[in-house]
Each structure stands twice: as C-alpha cells, then as structure tokens.
Ligand binder design. Structure first.
Ligand SMILES: [Zn+2]
Length: 83
C-alpha cells in the first residue's frame, strides 16, 4: 500500500504509475487521481494543452510519425487478433 497525497487515502501500489526518479519509482499520486488531475487541468487550460500538443508535433514531426506508425500497426495487429 502507498499513500496518495491527492485523495489522501492508502491505495494498492499497483494503482500507481511508475516514475523514473522518485525513491520508490512510483508516482506520488494514484492513477485515478492523476487522470482526474489531468482532466481538471485540461478543462481549465484546454487551449494551452492543445497548443502544446500542436507545438510538440511540429517540433517532433519525425518522432510523431514514428509513434503514429507504431500505433496504427498495433491497432492493425489487435484487429487481426480479434478477427
Ligand atoms: Zn489518489
């Protein structure tokens, strides 16, 4: 169990996303709170988030194409597995 400082509750460690630099290699807040926090942030800063995404894609066009290619390939593989 690990304490989530966002919802102030003890949560199973498997419900925390991994983090490369914290002492236990886990995020300080649980996955559910992380999602909630991002949704709230997104609602408040929609324009900024979308602008940042656009900016990232423009600056990382090759990387974005690569990620898109992998995502599409994975989606195709999943389709194959289902059919
Ligand atoms: Zn939490």
């Amino acid at each position: 169990m690990k304490f989530c400082s966002y919802c102030n509750s003890w949560i199973d460690k498997k419900d925390f996303a991994s983090h490369p630099t914290t002492y236990d290699r886990l995020q300080r807040i649980c996955k559910e709170c992380d999602r909630k926090r991002f949704r709230e942030y997104y609602q408040r800063n929609k324009k900024k988030v979308l602008e940042k995404n656009k900016e990232w894609i423009e600056n990382n066009r090759l990387r974005h194409n690569e990620i898109a290619r992998i995502c599409h390939a994975n989606a195709r593989n999943i389709d194959k597995e289902i059919n």
